[in-house]
Design a protein around this ligand. Structure first.
Ligand SMILES: NC(=O)c1ccc[n+]([C@@H]2O[C@H](COP(=O)([O-])OP(=O)(O)OC[C@H]3O[C@@H](n4cnc5c(N)ncnc54)[C@H](OP(=O)(O)O)[C@@H]3O)[C@@H](O)[C@H]2O)c1
Length: 263
């Protein structure tokens, strides 16, 4: 039987466990990714924040001396490897990959096209997969971890946006499957499934302002804690899942949703 390398409780690291660790956060220019990149930086990690808009990334990194940014479209061929190389060339290791970049798209069945599906899955499923694959040799060395970002709709139907829901269901199954695949090597894989959270996502999906405002009101009314989440309230759990001090947790999808999953 293979021995499973673990960190024993006596060796468990404290709240300083992230100091000096190397973390990649995708989608770091706004919303949950921005809050996550800043939270890791405050915890003392070296952070590579990735996204397409250089100005948005600069704003995320302002005042965070441990953060470096890389402007890249994760759907471009070769981009996932370039992202991982940028972190390891600079800091010599990689401890945490946060697959946060993602998009929402309304696409009713009647309007479904191959390009529409491809555009969504290439960002929400293919890019995180290729990033994880490129990161793997480094994570094996560091006994690091991956945190994927799913959604309430990774495990709930979403009429009118079935392929978004399907892409997040894929993220949850990738999380569980990679967790088992990599457990014997000491690499942990978990996910958060945020409920409706303040970010640029609805506007980025191309919805008009009035529709965005209506969706936000409806969502807040359905959430037991009575409001949408703030990005920092999701980021704090991404950091905790990734923290090397979280020694005995893998393959979990944590709903951070104000209780929405209970309804
Ligand atoms: N907010 C919610 O209610 C909610 C709920 C459940 C799950 N989520 C998930 O949470 C994650 C973060 O979303 P968010 O809500 O914080 O939305 P957001 O503000 O729109 O953030 C998404 C980020 O991804 C980046 N991005 C998009 N396409 C990219 C590409 N091709 N290459 C590189 N970066 C790209 C965007 O930056 P650029 O445009 O500059 O590239 C943006 O900063 C997503 O996976 C989303 O599905 C959000």
């Amino acid at each position: 039987m293979t021995a499973h390398p673990t960190t024993r409780p006596s060796e468990a690291l404290t709240s300083e466990a992230l100091t000096g660790k190397v973390v990649i956060v995708t989608g770091a220019g706004s919303g949950i990714g921005r809050a996550t990149a800043r939270a890791f930086s405050r915890a003392g990690a070296h952070v590579l924040g990735v996204g397409r808009r250089a100005a948005a990334l600069d704003e995320t990194a302002a005042g965070h001396t441990g953060m470096v940014t890389l402007s890249a479209d994760l759907r471009s061929p070769g981009a996932p490897q370039q992202v991982v190389d940028a972190a390891t060339d600079r800091w010599g290791a990689l401890d945490v990959l946060v697959n946060n970049a993602g998009a929402t798209a309304m696409m009713a069945l009647a309007d479904t096209t191959a390009d529409g599906i491809d555009e969504l899955l290439s960002l929400n499923v293919v890019a995180p997969s290729l990033l994880a694959s490129a990161a793997l040799p480094h994570l094996l060395r560091s006994k690091g971890s991956i945190v994927n970002v799913s959604s309430t709709y990774g495990h709930r139907p979403l009429p009118g946006a079935a392929h978004y829901a399907a892409s997040k269901a894929a993220v949850e199954q990738l999380t569980r499957s990679w967790a088992l695949e990599l457990a014997a090597d000491g690499v942990r894989v978990n996910a958060v499934a945020p409920g409706p959270t303040e970010s640029e996502a609805l506007t980025a999906a191309g919805l008009p302002d009035a529709a965005v405002a209506q969706i936000k009101r409806d969502e807040a009314a359905r959430i037991p804690l009575g409001r949408r989440g703030e990005p920092e309230e999701v980021a704090t759990w991404i950091v905790r899942l990734a923290d090397p001090a979280t020694t005995w947790l893998t393959g979990q999808v944590l709903a951070v949703d104000g209780g929405l999953q209970l309804t």
